[in-house]
Design a protein around this ligand. Structure first.
Ligand code: AMP
Length: 209
């Protein structure tokens, strides 16, 4: 009869099994790389606000031109602009089985807006997972990435330093916001891409979603 009950529940709420994750960590911690793998493994829609801003820039849109003023200095794009763009992106994937957020939220108002938006969709964040990487390793990785990614904000050490400062001051506290809800996790972000991915999967599979 428990199987019968489960069948009734699944037929009444066929869309309730969703997975919404935040991949968290400083610039250069490997969020983008791992998010792409998770997107495929868990059939999630990967949303990177950094990628969205860069594609707006490439297309020369008004939003892209505005965002570039901040990105080129290593500063955060204003919340209003960022939240509006994220909201549009999510609404364009109304049929998603879940989202993986990469590079968002980066401020307290962004975290609150995300919670509110998901709530309106009858959903929630299930976990924030932080990729823990020591600062000296991060600097090495970004300088390396700057050599072949045409990202001006990776190539200039002054801008990289500024992005760190911004991360420490405005973004790092977001971990505590989700930790208070009991859904923040930290994993070792050093080692091979495969090992880190395995650790991420283990964490996700242990969630009671
Ligand atoms: P990323 O690709 O995540 O390193 O982002 C590159 C740059 O885009 C950042 O340094 C910011 O200027 C901007 N950016 C990306 N995501 C956000 C966000 N959630 N809030 C504000 N600015 C952002």
């Amino acid at each position: 009869s428990s199987i019968a009950n489960r069948f009734v529940l699944i037929s009444l709420f066929p869309y309730t099994i969703m997975l919404n994750l935040i991949l968290f960590g400083p610039p250069g911690s490997g969020k983008g790389t791992q998010a792409e793998r998770l997107e495929e493994a868990y059939n999630l829609v990967h949303i990177s606000t950094g990628v969205l801003f860069r594609s707006e820039m490439d297309e020369g849109t008004e939003l892209g031109i505005k965002a570039n003023e901040y990105m080129s200095r290593g500063e955060l794009v204003p919340d209003e602009v960022t939240i509006g763009m994220l909201k549009n992106k999510m609404l364009s994937h109304a049929d998603a089985e879940g989202f993986i957020f990469d590079g968002f939220p980066r401020t307290a108002p962004q975290a609150e807006a995300l919670d509110q938006l998901l709530k309106e969709m009858g959903q929630q964040i299930d976990a924030l997972i932080m990729l823990d990487v020591p600062e000296d390793e991060i600097v090495k990785r970004i300088v390396l990435r700057g050599k072949d990614s045409n990202r001006p904000d990776d190539s200039d050490p002054e801008i990289v330093r500024k992005r760190f400062q911004v991360y420490q001051n405005k973004t790092a506290p977001i971990y505590d916001y989700y930790n208070e809800k009991g859904i923040a996790f930290k994993i070792n972000g050093t080692g091979s891409i495969d090992d880190i991915f395995q650790n991420l999967c283990d964490t996700i599979d242990s969630l009671h979603v």
